[in-house]
Unconditional design. Structure first.
Length: 306
């Protein structure tokens, strides 16, 4: 089976180079069946020269795709349209894969006959980050079971392997209405789970994540936590037909969580407790479940204007 590794990117040339070179250094995979697709989601082709340079180092074909329409779903769909692989592995442009990453994903997919395989993400903040460092590294990390196996839930698209034939749309599976707020991968995997898709977890398929500096702050993570909290309510509302009972249930859960965790967060902040950011995060996720519709949606992607 042909395998595509896809890296969507937007104005992160240094991170893109690190991610791509980590793919070139993979071991235990057949390079004759492998290709790399880089999707440049900038209005101008700002990554083109970097990809051309990387192509000269690559031990397998590298394809450059310019998708000027801003939005994470547009970028992923453009990459899917260009990819020739039957299996698609996603790596973000702020991630670095150890040498055995792809082989571990492929082995897990074959072992469990999985439609999607997920792996852990280990965030690392630079030494200059001292305030709330532990919380920030946990926020950008992905943890899961200690053992590999079939799971009944799903994670995000970064560090995952998808079987194209299992997708509801093999060319453009990501919902464009999520272009600017994110969650296009959650929507896809939610639809796949409802359709009986098989998910697996492989702890050996882990990657490093190096968050960009402007995200290593509570200003970003608490807003992002709020948006994550909106997910369950928004997914119920987007169901066909809409799951109004589910929306009401999640909104009620959000009211309780935001009130309870907010009180704890306030006390922790007054006492300067070391875990105060964690409780503020929980309160924000609860509030997101309650305030999930249009005016409260936050744009995180697609800002490509100079």
């Amino acid at each position: 089976m042909r395998v595509t590794v896809m890296i969507p990117t937007q104005r992160r040339l240094g991170g893109l180079a690190v991610a791509a070179r980590s793919v070139f250094a993979q071991v235990g995979v057949d390079f004759a069946r492998l290709e790399l697709v880089v999707v440049d989601n900038d209005q101008t082709p700002s990554a083109q020269a970097t990809v051309a340079e990387l192509t000269g180092e690559a031990p397998f074909p590298v394809h450059y795709v310019h998708e000027p329409r801003p939005g994470v779903a547009h970028a992923r769909n453009a990459g899917m349209a260009a990819a020739r692989g039957e299996l698609i592995a996603f790596l973000d442009d702020d991630e670095e894969a150890p040498a055995g990453w792809l082989a571990a994903l492929l082995a897990a997919q074959a072992r469990y006959q999985a439609d999607v395989v997920f792996g852990p993400v280990r965030a690392r903040a630079p030494a200059s980050v001292t305030r709330h460092r532990d919380y920030l590294e946990r926020f950008f990390s992905r943890e899961g079971p200690a053992e590999a196996g079939v799971i009944d839930h799903y994670y995000g698209c970064g560090d995952s392997l998808l079987r194209r034939a299992a997708l509801p749309d093999p060319v453009a599976p990501f919902a464009v209405e999520r272009n600017h707020i994110g969650g296009e991968d959650d929507m896809l995997f939610g639809h796949m789970r409802a359709g009986g898709a098989r998910f697996a977890w492989e702890p050996a398929a882990w990657v490093w994540e190096d968050p960009v500096p402007d995200r290593l702050s509570l200003d970003y993570t608490i807003r992002r936590a709020f948006a994550y909290g909106q997910g369950p309510s928004a997914h119920c509302a987007a169901a066909s037909p809409p799951d109004r009972l589910g929306v009401a249930r999640w909104m009620a859960v959000g009211v309780v969580q935001s009130a309870l965790f907010g009180l704890v967060a306030g006390f922790k902040w007054l006492t300067r407790a070391g875990d105060r950011a964690d409780w503020l995060d929980r309160a924000a996720r609860g509030l997101g479940k309650t305030l999930w519709w249009g005016p409260f949606k936050i744009q995180f992607y697609g800002r490509t204007a100079s």
